[in-house]
Design a protein around this ligand. Structure first.
Ligand code: ADP
Length: 333
């Protein structure tokens, strides 16, 4: 089983064709509500990558999906938006008994203004973490706080959108209990250097890689991937993954390294590509572990590239996140 620890936010997206002046008010041209937060996105992406789309069972290629349970740990408020998040998770078959309902807090939320004209599309975003901010290091003192009904998970996935000290505690506790961890270091922040050795997987995009490594972004873009990888592998990271948008993804571990090209698609909305990549990669890692297959990182990265490519072809953070059979079909095409 896979446990995802992280943030849950409801996104309220207002589309406008110009910014309101001070004191002015007018209706948005369009309004969309959607589930979000890096934790919830990763949980949904991972769960979908582990299961076939229940609405499209007839198009399944015969593969039964991965059949791994995905469970989320996090916090919401006792409000309609909290219920909205629970529904979004259960629609994607994420198990949510690890999500605390905080009576005194609001569910985290983001207000996004998208200024949309024929020529351009600009985002302005404010958010409040609300209940997400109650997640603390004390929640993860022992390995059973990370376990699913007593059994240690096959993998824990975390991002950095909850308290850093809590994430560091998760890495410490998982490390002591020998539980594998995937860290998607987003939003970028530095973790204690000694904790890198507790990471089975570190997944970063280019700007996160720059902040974590201290390398210039320009240096990273000039394809200095091996050197960055060397630094993180030197810290003790087992598998290092650098996602490169339409450039695909670079991987490195003690066996070798390679750049795996992206699938060519028309990008409509790049949001959520990273979370989707992480979910598909994690699902494939756990599938190989369970099947006692040799760890084929190149194969996992290729599958994650396929999921990421599918994600950018659809508008809206979560609508584009593919299920296992949709990734299969895309890769077979
Ligand atoms: P993030 O969303 O975290 O910034 P990236 O932009 O690097 O992450 O995207 C993650 C992955 O999604 C990439 O490694 C790639 O596999 C896929 N992807 C992203 N953008 C595209 C694109 N335009 N075309 C094809 N694949 C893409």
């Amino acid at each position: 089983d896979i446990v995802v620890v992280g943030s849950l936010l409801v996104e309220h997206i207002f589309f406008i064709d110009r910014l309101p002046d001070l004191g002015e008010s007018f209706p948005a041209t369009r309004y969309v509500i959607g589930p979000g937060g890096k934790g919830a996105n990763a949980a949904i992406a991972t769960s979908r990558a582990c299961h076939n789309n229940p609405d499209k069972a007839d198009t399944a290629t015969g593969e039964p999906g991965v059949d791994v349970k995905v469970r989320m740990i996090g916090a919401i408020g006792d409000d309609g938006e909290g219920k909205y998040m629970l529904k979004a998770l259960s629609d994607s078959q994420v198990e949510s008994s690890g999500i605390r309902v905080e009576k005194e807090e609001n569910t985290g939320k983001a207000f996004i203004m998208v200024e949309e004209t024929d020529e351009s599309r600009d985002n302005r975003l404010i958010y409040t973490l609300g209940a997400n901010s109650v997640i603390s290091p004390y929640d993860f003192k022992t390995a059973d706080t990370l376990s699913n009904a007593g059994a240690p998970p096959d993998l824990i996935i975390s991002q950095l959108e909850v308290d850093m000290k809590a994430v560091e505690r998760i890495l410490e506790t998982a490390g002591k209990a020998n539980i594998k961890v995937l860290l998607n270091a987003a939003p970028a922040n530095n973790i204690l250097t000694k904790l890198y050795r507790n990471l089975t997987h570190l997944v970063v995009n280019e700007s996160e890689a720059a902040i974590l490594s201290g390398f210039d972004l320009a240096d990273i873009k000039s394809e200095n991937f091996e050197e960055i990888a060397k630094m993180f592998l030197g810290y003790g990271v087992e598998n290092f993954i650098l996602t490169l948008g339409k450039g695909g993804a670079f991987y490195a571990n003690s066996e070798g390294s390679d750049l795996i090209k992206a699938f060519e698609v028309e990008s409509v909305d790049p949001t959520g590509a990273g979370d989707t990549f992480v979910g598909a990669y994690a699902a494939e890692y756990v599938r190989m572990q369970k099947a006692q297959e040799f760890w084929d990182i190149a194969k996992a990265v290729k599958r994650a590239n396929a999921a990421g490519a599918l994600a950018v072809t659809k508008a809206g953070g979560q609508t584009g996140i593919p299920w296992a059979n949709e990734i299969d079909d895309f890769m077979a095409a």
